[in-house]
Design a protein around this ligand. Structure first.
Ligand SMILES: Cc1ncc(COP(=O)(O)O)c(C=O)c1O
Length: 359
C-alpha cells in the first residue's frame, strides 16, 4: 500500500510562507499537507493519503475524546549543511510507535508505513524548511481511537496522521542552563503503568507539576519514582543525565516508567564510543544534592528531540536548592550537544547510518 498524493488546491502563497517561516518558534507554524491513514477491524490499514491539512470533524462520542486512547511521536527532518534534507533515526521512532501502540491496545503500524508517511509528507512540504541556522521540520505522527462508541474497550477504528511544523533553532541566543523543580508531590508514571509509552495521558498528568515548577520560578519539573519518591526519573518531555568528576556519566535505567528516548540512546552510544564510563543506574535526589555539594557531580543535562541537549544549572525542591557546577553549560554537555548536532546536520561522520538522506 502507498500514500496517494492529493495536492492542496490552495497552498499558502510563497510570500506568506516565507514570512511565516522566518522566525517560526516551535509548534505553531504548520505546513500545507498532512498524512492520514485509517485502520478498522474489518479492513486493517487502508486509505493512506497525503492531502490538504484541515480540521478534523469528530463525533462527540469518538472514543479518544473520552478514554484518551492516543499515542504520538516527535521527530525532526533536518536541513543539512550541503542544502539537502535528512531524517535522524526515524526507524527508532517507528519502533517506539509500535511499542506505544501495543501498550495502549492499539493496532501496530508497520514500520514501513510509518517511514512512507513521514517521507512523503516531507517531500510534499519541502518548501517549508526554515532557511535559518538550525531550522528543521518537526514531525508529529499520532494515532487516535476514532470509533464512535462509549463502551470502555479497545476501539475498533483508528486514525493515524502526521502533521509537520516549521521549527526554529532551539538554541537561538545560545544554550541556556535551565532550572528544575523537583516534584515531590506528583508522580508521572508508576510500575506497570504507561511511563515508557508515548501516550497523551502521560503528558496530561505531568502538567500540574509543570505549572507548579513555573510558579516556583523554575523552567521544568523533574519527576521522582512513584514508589519510594526518591529516585530521579525524567522531565515532562526529556531524559536526564549526570556527569561526574571522573568523566563518567549516568542516567536512570529503562525500568518501564520513563520514556526510552532516542536522544538518550544516541548519547549513551556516543559516550561508549568515546570510552567514557557509562552507567544506567538509579540515582536518588539525596545523592544528587550531596554530590553537587561535594563537587563529585560536575554537570547535569536534559536531552530530547526538541532541545537536543540542555544544561541544568539549578535544582529546587520544597526546602532545598542547589547549583550544579558553575550553574552554566559544562564541557561534557557542550561536547554532546555539538557531537549530536554535527551528525544531524551532516557535518560529522555517521558510522551507524543514523541519518537518512531525503534530498
Ligand atoms: C517524557 C519524555 N521523555 C524523554 C523524551 C526524549 O525522547 P527523544 O530523545 O526520543 O525525543 C521525550 C520526548 O520525546 C519525552 O516526551
Amino acid at each position: 500500500m502507498r500514500f496517494v498524493f492529493d495536492p492542496h488546491s490552495s497552498p499558502v502563497p510563497a510570500e506568506d510562507r516565507a514570512e511565516r517561516i522566518l522566525d517560526p518558534g516551535f509548534g505553531r507554524v504548520f505546513t500545507d499537507h498532512m498524512a492520514i491513514l485509517r485502520w478498522s477491524d474489518a479492513k486493517g490499514w487502508h486509505d493512506g493519503r497525503i492531502r490538504a491539512r484541515e480540521p478534523l470533524t469528530l463525533d462527540p462520542a469518538t472514543a479518544v475524546l473520552h478514554y484518551a486512547q492516543e499515542i504520538f511521536e516527535g521527530l525532526k527532518a533536518y536541513r543539512l549543511d550541503d542544502g539537502g534534507t535528512a531524517l535522524f533515526r526515524a526507524d527508532a521512532n517507528a519502533r517506539r510507535f509500535r511499542d506505544s501502540a501495543r501498550r495502549l491496545a492499539m493496532p501496530e503500524l508497520p514500520e514501513e508505513l510509518f517511514a512512507q508517511s513521514i517521507e512523503a509528507l516531507v517531500k510534499a512540504d519541502a518548501d517549508w524548511f526554515p532557511a535559518i541556522e538550525g531550522g528543521s521540520l518537526y514531525l508529529r505522527p499520532f494515532m487516535i481511537a476514532s470509533e464512535v462508541f462509549l463502551g470502555v474497550k479497545p476501539a475498533g477504528e483508528y486514525l493515524y496522521m502526521v502533521i509537520a511544523s516549521a521549527a526554529g533553532s532551539y538554541w537561538k541566543g545560545g544554550a541556556r542552563a535551565i532550572s528544575l523543580w523537583v516534584s515531590h508531590d506528583y508522580t508521572r508514571a508508576g510500575p506497570g503503568g504507561t511511563g515508557a509509552a508515548k501516550c497523551g495521558g502521560n503528558y496530561a498528568t505531568s502538567l500540574v507539576a509543570q505549572s507548579e515548577a513555573i510558579r516556583r520560578g523554575c523552567d521544568q519539573a523533574v519527576f521522582l519514582d512513584a514508589v519510594e519518591h526518591r529516585w530521579i526519573e525524567e522531565l515532562g518531555g526529556m531524559n536526564i543525565f549526570f556527569v561526574f568528576d571522573d568523566g563518567g556519566i549516568q542516567t536512570p535505567p529503562l525500568t518501564g516508567t520513563i520514556l526510552p528516548g532516542i536522544t538518550r540512546d544516541s548519547i549513551l552510544t556516543l559516550a561508549r564510543d568515546e570510552g567514557l564510563s557509562v552507567r544506567e543506574e538509579l540515582y536518588s535526589i539525596d545523592q544528587w544534592r550531596a554530590d553537587a555539594a561535594s563537587g563529585r557531580l560536575v554537570e547535569s543535562f536534559a536531552c530530547g528531540t526538541a532541545a537536543v541537549v540542555t544544561p541544568i544549572g539549578k535544582v529546587t525542591g520544597p526546602d532545598y536548592e542547589f547549583t550544579i557546577g558553575s550553574g552554566a553549560t559544562g564541557q561534557t554537555t557542550a561536547r554532546f550537544l555539538s557531537a549530536l548536532t554535527a551528525i544531524q546536520h551532516g557535518r560529522a561522520p555517521d558510522p551507524r547510518g543514523w541519518l537518512k538522506r531525503l534530498s
